[in-house]
Write a protein that binds this ligand. Structure first.
Ligand SMILES: *Cc1c(COP(=O)(O)O)cnc(C)c1O
Ligand code: SF4
Length: 326
C-alpha cells in the first residue's frame, strides 16, 4: 500500500536542531544544555510549520514553541512531571475519566510537533497507539459507565493514528449507544494540514456521532492558507470547529496577538474555546505568564472583541470537577 501524503510529509519533519536553524538562516546557538533539553524531549517540527516562521528571527513566536532551550533544564519550584493529575484519573491504561459525562482516550503518544510547553511531555505513554487489549478494556469501562456521552480522542495527537485504525475505533465506539459526541483534540490540522482530506473526513462523518474538532493554535501566524483550506473542508462536512490555546510568554502574551488570533480563527470557520494558563510542567517555567498579566490580557480581549470571540481563560487544577475559570 502506498504511504499517504501526510505520512510522507511527516517523515520529512525537522528532527535536529542544526537543520532547523540552518533552514531559518540562524546561527547555531547550540549549547550543551540545549542539547540536553532536546535529548530529554526531542525536537520535532513539520516543514509546513517551519515554513511559517520568519527566517533570521530567533524570537519568532512559532519557533519559540518548538525550540529547545537551556532554560528547560533549570529546576523551577512548583513545576513537576505530573502537573494536572493525569496519573490519578486514569480509569484504565489509556483512558482518563476526570469530568462527568466525558472521558478522554490517550489514543497515541505520538505527535507531529513537539511543543516545549506540553503538559504531557513527561507523561509515561508509549509512542505507539493504544493496543487492542488496552482498547478492549477502554470499551469495557465505557460500557459500564453509561453516563459517559462524549468520548474525547486525545494523546499525543489522535490524528497521528492511521485511517484504518481510526475507522475501526469509531465503529467500536458507535456500538455503545449512550455515546453521542466524538471530540478530537488535535494540532495536526495546524502543523500538518495535509492530514485533512476526503478520506479522513469520510470516516469522521459517515457514522452517527456529532463530531467536534478542537484544534490547537497559539498564534495567528500558524493559520496559513493551507490551514484555512483544511478548516473549510472540515466545516463543509458539518464538523464543529473550536480552538484552544495556551497563554505563553514570548509567543502570544499580548492582547493584540490574541485579538488577531480570534479574528483569524473566525474567518476560517473556527471559534475560540479555551485559553489555558500554562500547566506547571517541569521544563516549561520560561513560558509562564503571571496571573495579574493574564487578567489584564483577558480584560483587553473582552473590551476589544465580541463575546463569542473571547476564549474562556481557564486553568487546570488536579482533582477539580472541571477546568477552572481564571
Ligand atoms: C480537559 C479535559 C476534558 C475536557 O474538558 P472540557 O471542559 O469538556 O473541554 C476531559 N477530560 C480530561 C481528562 C481533560 O483533561
Ligand atoms: S501537539 Fe499537543 S500533545 Fe503533542 S507536544 Fe504539542 S501540546 Fe503536547
Amino acid at each position: 500500500m502506498q504511504t499517504p501524503d501526510w505520512q510522507q510529509a511527516l517523515s520529512r519533519a525537522f528532527t535536529d536542531l542544526s537543520s532547523l536553524l540552518e533552514y531559518l538562516q540562524l546561527d547555531s546557538c547550540e549549547s550543551l544544555d540545549t542539547l540536553q533539553a532536546s535529548q530529554d524531549f526531542s525536537l520535532r517540527v513539520p516543514r509546513a510549520f517551519a515554513a511559517l516562521m520568519q527566517p533570521g528571527d530567533v524570537h519568532d513566536p512559532l519557533l519559540r514553541q518548538v525550540l529547545p532551550l537551556a532554560e528547560e533544564m533549570s529546576l523551577a519550584p512548583g513545576f513537576t512531571g505530573n502537573p494536572v493529575g493525569d496519573k490519578e484519573s486514569e480509569a484504565c491504561p489509556g483512558l482518563l475519566h476526570k469530568y462527568q459525562g466525558r472521558a478522554l482516550i490517550v489514543a497515541t503518544g505520538a505527535c507531529a510537533v513537539h511543543c516545549r510547553y506540553c503538559f504531557r511531555r513527561h507523561y509515561a505513554y508509549s509512542n505507539g497507539s493504544a493496543s487492542p487489549r488496552q482498547w478492549m478494556r477502554i470499551l469495557d469501562y465505557l460500557r459500564k459507565h453509561n453516563e459517559i456521552e462524549e468520548v474525547i480522542l486525545s494523546g499525543g495527537d489522535p490524528l497521528m493514528v492511521n485511517d484504518e485504525r481510526l475507522a475501526d475505533w469509531l465503529e467500536q465506539l458507535e456500538s455503545l449507544p449512550q455515546i453521542k459526541r466524538l471530540r478530537l483534540h488535535t494540532r495536526l490540522p495546524v502543523v500538518l494540514p495535509q492530514r485533512i482530506g476526503p478520506q479522513l473526513i469520510g470516516l469522521l462523518t459517515r457514522g452517527r456521532f456529532e463530531t467536534v474538532i478542537v484544534i490547537h493554535a497559539n498564534h495567528p501566524n500558524e493559520l496559513s492558507p493551507q490551514v484555512a483550506e483544511a478548516m473549510g473542508q472540515l466545516k463543509a462536512a458539518g464538523i464543529t470547529l473550536l480552538n484552544q490555546s495556551v497563554l505563553l510568554k514570548g509567543v502570544n502574551d499580548k492582547a493584540e496577538t490574541l485579538v488577531k488570533l480570534s479574528e483569524r480563527l473566525f474567518s476560517i470557520g473556527v471559534l475560540p474555546y479555551y485559553l489555558h494558563l500554562l500547566d506547571r510542567v517541569a521544563g516549561a517555567a520560561h513560558f509562564e505568564v503571571e496571573e495579574t498579566r493574564a487578567l489584564e490580557i483577558q480584560q483587553a480581549l473582552r473590551a476589544r472583541l465580541p463575546g463569542y470571540l473571547v476564549p474562556r481563560m481557564v486553568r487546570e487544577i488536579a482533582g477539580e470537577l472541571s477546568k477552572i475559570p481564571v
